[in-house]
Design a protein around this ligand. Structure first.
Ligand SMILES: C[S@@+](CC[C@H](N)C(=O)[O-])C[C@H]1O[C@@H](n2cnc3c(N)ncnc32)[C@H](O)[C@@H]1O
Length: 209
C-alpha cells in the first residue's frame, strides 16, 4: 500500500528553503521546475502550494520514495505537481525520462550530493547544464565543505559517519562544485547561510548572448 513517508529534516527545512525560493522566483509568470531526488514528496507539495505559477516535476531513483511522492500528490491534489518520474542523477541527462534540453526554469536538489556517490554530483551538474534554460536557476541545499574545511564539529562528525557508511559519500566542497558548475555553464551566484549549518547554493546558467 502507498504511504506518505515523513522525513523530519524536510519538515524543518522546507520553510527556510521556500523563503530562498520565494525571494528569487518571479510570481507573475509561469515557469517549469524540476526537483531531483524529491525524497518523500514533502518539499514538492510545499513549494508547489506556495508558488502556484510554477509547474513542478518531482523525480526520484528510489521506488518507495516514488510511491510516497505520488501519495502526497494525490492527497494534496495540486494542479501544478506532475506525477513523479524515475530519474537517476548519476546517469546521462538523455536518460532522464525524456526531459528536453533548455526546458527548465528552475532545478532544485536538496540533501542529495553528500549522501550519494560523486557520480551523482557530476551527473547532476552535467544534466542541469543541459536542461536548464539560459538564465535558469539551480538551487542546491545541504551541508558543504568550504575550501577544504568542514565546520562546525557536528558537520565534521556527520561527514565521518557518512564516509564510514559508504566511502563514496561525504560533504562536497563548494570550490569543487564551483569548478564543476563552470565546466557545465553554471555560475555560482550566491551562497545563502541556512539554519543548522546548512547552505543554499544558487547557480545561474550562462546565457549565450
Ligand atoms: C537524504 S535523502 C533527501 C531526500 C529529499 N530531497 C529531502 O531532502 O527530504 C537523499 C535522496 O537522494 C536520493 N538519491 C540517491 N541516489 C540518487 C541518484 N542516483 N539519483 C537521484 N536521487 C538519488 C535518494 O533516493 C534519497 O531520496
Amino acid at each position: 500500500m502507498c504511504k506518505m513517508l515523513n522525513a523530519p529534516a524536510a519538515d524543518r527545512n522546507k520553510d527556510p528553503i521556500l523563503s530562498v525560493l520565494k525571494s528569487r522566483v518571479k510570481s507573475d509568470r509561469h515557469g517549469n521546475a524540476l526537483e531531483i531526488s524529491s525524497g518523500t514528496g514533502q518539499h514538492v507539495v510545499h513549494f508547489a502550494n506556495a508558488l502556484p505559477n510554477i509547474t513542478w516535476q518531482p523525480s526520484e531513483v528510489d521506488a518507495h520514495s516514488l510511491s510516497s511522492i505520488e501519495t502526497y500528490r494525490q492527497h494534496y491534489r495540486l494542479p501544478n505537481v506532475k506525477p513523479a518520474i524515475y530519474l537517476d542523477a548519476s546517469q546521462s541527462w538523455e536518460n532522464w525520462a525524456g526531459i528536453q534540453p533548455e526546458s527548465c526554469d528552475l532545478i532544485v536538489n536538496i540533501n542529495m550530493m553528500h549522501i550519494s556517490p560523486l557520480a551523482c554530483t557530476k551527473g547532476l551538474f552535467n544534466g542541469v547544464g543541459k536542461i536548464l534554460k539560459p538564465q535558469g536557476l539551480l538551487l542546491t541545499y545541504g551541508p558543504y565543505a568550504v575550501n577544504g574545511t568542514i565546520s562546525p564539529q557536528s558537520n565534521v562528525d556527520f561527514d565521518h559517519s557518512l564516509r564510514s557508511r559508504n566511502p563514496e559519500w561525504g560533504l562536497r566542497d563548494i570550490a569543487f562544485l564551483t569548478s564543476l558548475g563552470q565546466h557545465n555553464g553554471l555560475r555560482l551566484e550566491e551562497i545563502v547561510e541556512m539554519p543548522a549549518n546548512n547552505k543554499c547554493l544558487l547557480f545561474r546558467k550562462d546565457s549565450v548572448v
